[in-house]
Design a protein around this ligand. Sequence first.
Ligand SMILES: O=P(O)(O)O[C@@H]1C[C@H](O)[C@@H](CO)O1
Ligand code: HPA
Length: 328
Amino acid sequence: MAPVNADINVNGNGAFILAKKGLPEIVENEKFTQGYSYEILLDTANFLLSKIKVRPRIGVICGSGMGSYWKDGSLAENIEDAECIPYEDIPNFPVSTVEGHHGKLVFGKIEGVPVVAMQGRFHYYEGYPLWKCCLPVRVMKLLGVDTLIATNAAGGLNPNYNIGDLMIVKDHINMMGFAGNNPLHGPNDDRFGPRFPPMNKAYNYEFRKIAKEVAKELEIENIVREGVYTCLGGPNFETVAELNMLKMVGVDAVGMSTVHEVITARHCDMNVFALSLITNECIASYDQSGEANHEEVLDVGKVRQDILRKFVSRLVERFTQLGGSHEK
Ligand SMILES: O=P(O)(O)O[C@@H]1C[C@H](O)[C@@H](CO)O1
Ligand code: HPA
């Protein structure tokens, strides 16, 4: 029987073949392969350093649909002297394949602070092993970035959450790690970080405190929450039973990213702040109608782009003022 929804061609022998269209070229098939060496990533960092004027201190990862706030009429206007480098031009970089992820590094300044933003991240479900999803975090570190702000779109599992809320991530549950899939799997290079990095202070306490103060200053405290995030591999959204299990173990928001990026960033001693935009309600009951979908996720990102821009810009400024003396 022919597969559904595939472009089918018939070859000379009359056999069916599936047409390849627009798939990323996946070099590694073994998901647990150790990533590129320190030296290879140095080449990537040196390439970038040869192209850009700023030396970024803060790295921002834009979640699904949230990268649009780096486009016209949005945060890009706040980035002075923006220099954009498409992923396909960067040696050893993967490419973005998901709608709402533009596939560019944007270098520049926000509130006078040198930054680099990933306008598009890499997800496990795209076919990239976790270490490759996180490769840009290590490159950021080599560029001199000491603080990571990771944003994501997530489903709200906590019944008190509303669509459009912003959740400061207090902690995560590494569900994929429970299954033995971890971005640090494989030989450890001590130049990045230790073999056994602690994770009990993954999300910087001072940053979370500042974010709550900033929420008050911007008068958005009524939509700002704090909670626990988990990442599942995707690309399917969750079943009702899965969501109920996650609820029981204390998860507030569910997504498909961020956890492995944060582990990689903490491994190389970066300070981390993460923010989830609640783009949909997780449907955790068989009686409830509706279905999660990516279009809704992207739409909520657009609706919240102004608030995200103001919030993230203020955080960049305030995190930098904090200096390096605080506890990580
Ligand atoms: O890149 P993030 O984690 O923000 O994207 C979420 C998870 C999936 O990629 C997508 C589902 O709509 O949004
Ligand atoms: O409900 C969700 N589940 C997983 N990932 C998501 N990303 C946005 N919304 C969701």
